[in-house]
Design a protein around this ligand. Structure first.
Ligand code: PMP
Length: 344
């Protein structure tokens, strides 16, 4: 569809059909052709628009949701924003239980999109009645006509990407894709795309990106949950301290881990070289590509698709703040991308 000539009924009709953009500079010295699936082009600026719309419309199809009902989720991030956006258009109440660690900016952003936000203490166990998991569960039980999205444990998260992102990538590469590189959080993105691509061509190699401090890579290799892998890290949206059922580990060929520091520099490098203002995990995915290339993963004839999940504007007080980078001690790096400001 030619978006320039079409008049849309509402903003939700713009979800999906995101562009695949060739990476000309970031991948100049790497064997193969590299393309970014730029999910910031969704109207809510992230891939989570797809799952919010799919899960809510599936509940409507099943007659579980009718206008005026309530949609509940535990997130201050992209998923919360997307659910709030879909809720406004479709006439639902949106309740988001978030951690007190969430920035004031994020909470204000969700409120601007009409969501009711419950701020829950960050440093309590998941089974404490004050935790955001328990608050969401309780509200779901108490509010008649409510659904709980529960993205880490919802199969519809995988289906959303199986139905849309996967077929888009297959068509955009004319079936010539050889590798998919995608960050794994809930695992919905990588699993849904992988399922579709491997049905078309089982030889497509699927590589998941995980964070140091997360259990996913170790679980993939051993099928055992190892809590010794868990420690704090800064990248948001990537990796996890539990095993999500929205990840189909059998569809992922391997995982690779990336550091907070290298991923942050990589995000800044993408903006500075490709003119694509993308989020922290886009940097993580591209950092993974660099490491994979050093391991000899790619050949000259390969066509590699890297998923860039969201927009850089969500990270103004993090990777795009020189002060934040300095506070983390990230400016000692030889990879530094630091554009000076001149005051007149
Ligand atoms: N990047 C960002 C910024 C995210 O918010 C998420 C979602 N947690 C991901 C990557 C990972 O996507 P998924 O949850 O589908 O694995």
């Amino acid at each position: 569809m030619d978006k320039a000539k079409h008049v849309f009924d509402n903003v939700l009709q713009l979800i999906g059909s995101t562009p695949l953009i060739k990476l000309n500079r970031m991948a100049a010295d790497i064997k193969g052709e590299f393309y970014a699936k730029v999910e910031a082009f969704n109207p809510g600026h992230s891939s989570k628009d797809r799952i919010a719309l799919h899960i809510i419309e599936e509940a409507e199809r099943q007659g579980i949701l009718t206008p005026g009902d309530t949609i509940i989720e535990t997130t201050s991030g992209n998923t919360g924003f997307s659910i709030a956006m879909v809720s406004i258009i479709k006439g639902y109440e949106c309740i988001l239980a978030v951690s007190s660690k969430s920035s004031a900016d994020k909470i204000d952003m969700l409120k601007s999109m009409g969501a009711k936000v419950y701020v829950c203490p960050a440093h309590v166990n998941a089974d404490d009645p004050r935790s955001y998991y328990q608050v969401a569960k309780r509200l779901h039980e108490e509010i008649k006509g409510s659904i709980y999205i529960n993205q880490y444990f919802n199969q519809l998260n995988i289906d959303a990407h199986y139905n849309s992102t996967g077929p888009e990538i297959w068509e955009q590469t004319e079936g010539k894709i050889t590798h998919l590189v995608a960050c794994s959080g809930t695992g919905g993105t990588i699993s849904g795309i992988a399922k579709y691509l491997k049905e078309q061509n089982p030889d497509v190699k699927v590589i998941g990106v995980d964070a140091y401090g997360s259990v996913l890579k170790k679980y993939h290799e051993t099928r055992e949950f190892d809590d010794k892998e868990i420690y704090p890290y800064r990248i948001e949206g990537l990796g996890k301290n539990l095993i999500p059922t929205a990840t189909d580990f059998d569809l992922i060929d391997k995982f690779i881990k990336v550091t907070d520091e290298e991923s942050a520099h990589c995000a800044r490098e993408i903006s500075n070289t490709e003119g694509l203002f993308v989020g922290y995990t886009s940097g993580a995915a591209m950092q993974a590509v660099k490491q994979l290339s050093e391991e000899g993963e790619f050949n000259k004839t390969d066509k590699v698709v890297v998923v860039f999940p969201d927009h850089g504007s969500r990270y103004m007080s993090k990777v795009y703040s020189d002060k934040w980078m300095e506070d983390q001690g990230f400016f000692d790096s030889k990879n530094e991308v630091h554009t000076p400001i001149e005051y007149i």
